[in-house]
Design a protein around this ligand. Structure first.
Ligand SMILES: [Zn+2]
Length: 230
């Protein structure tokens, strides 16, 4: 049986990995590992983020990422190095000819940043665009990740707000092919203060979210576990 492609992979060209010293050579090492375990295809979907009002506290980020927080409490992200990334992809294709290596991005909040991303996504160099929803409105002008919002707002309301933003993101951009990690807000659910994450509390919103995805052209596959696609 052939393993499916790993279509959501980050390398040292993603800002979160790039700030971590252990990420040196990560793309090459990931290719080595893919060959070792018999994976035929990798898609390096690097973070493509333009958010310039991202509020975070040091505890919300991994230690190596905290240097990106400025004096105003905003995270200042470095620009995606498309040229360096493509050169690295090219080197890996030569080094691992048996591996199928595709290009991609994980584009954060595409419904807000399509214009800023147009040059990169329209460059003809990007094979796959994963769309991700990492941040929600916070205060009058800022945005924040669920981990930050959970500390400052009612966690159930944060989760509901996350789900409500999904159809807005889908309706607001045609740029991305995959809505990636729809469970993002579950990852940092504050079990310590709010108890275990209990889906039934907000389950009423899931059929609504699914109906909205359907409305915008996403369809279930033949098997229930297949990804919804459009
Ligand atoms: Zn993500």
């Amino acid at each position: 049986m052939e393993l499916p492609a790993d279509s959501h992979v980050h390398s040292e060209y993603s800002w979160d990995a790039a700030t971590d010293p252990v990420s040196v050579g990560l793309m090459r090492r990931t290719c080595e590992r893919a060959c070792r375990i018999g994976l035929s295809t990798l898609i390096f979907t690097e973070h493509l983020d333009f958010e310039d009002h991202w509020r975070a506290e040091p505890a919300d980020l991994d230690p190596h990422e905290r240097k990106l927080i400025d004096a105003t409490g905003h995270v200042r992200l470095p620009a995606f190095d498309l040229t360096g990334y493509l050169e690295s992809i090219d080197r890996c294709r030569h080094t691992f000819p048996e591996l199928r290596i595709l290009t991609g991005v994980e584009f954060g909040q595409p419904h807000l940043w399509d214009g800023a991303a147009a040059d990169i996504i329209g460059s003809g160099e990007i094979n796959r665009v994963n769309g991700s929803l990492h941040m929600l409105p916070y205060g009058d002008t800022d945005r924040a990740e669920p981990i930050t919002l959970y500390r400052n707002q009612d966690p159930t309301e944060v989760m509901s707000a996350y789900l409500e933003e999904i159809p807005r993101m889908v309706a607001g951009s045609d740029t991305f092919a995959v809505f990636t990690h729809i469970d993002y807000a579950v990852r940092t659910w504050p079990t310590d203060t709010a108890g275990p994450f209990e889906p039934s509390v907000i389950a009423a919103n899931f059929p609504e979210a699914a109906a909205m995805l359907e409305h915008f052209g996403f369809r279930a596959g033949t098997e229930p576990e297949d990804f919804w696609a459009r």
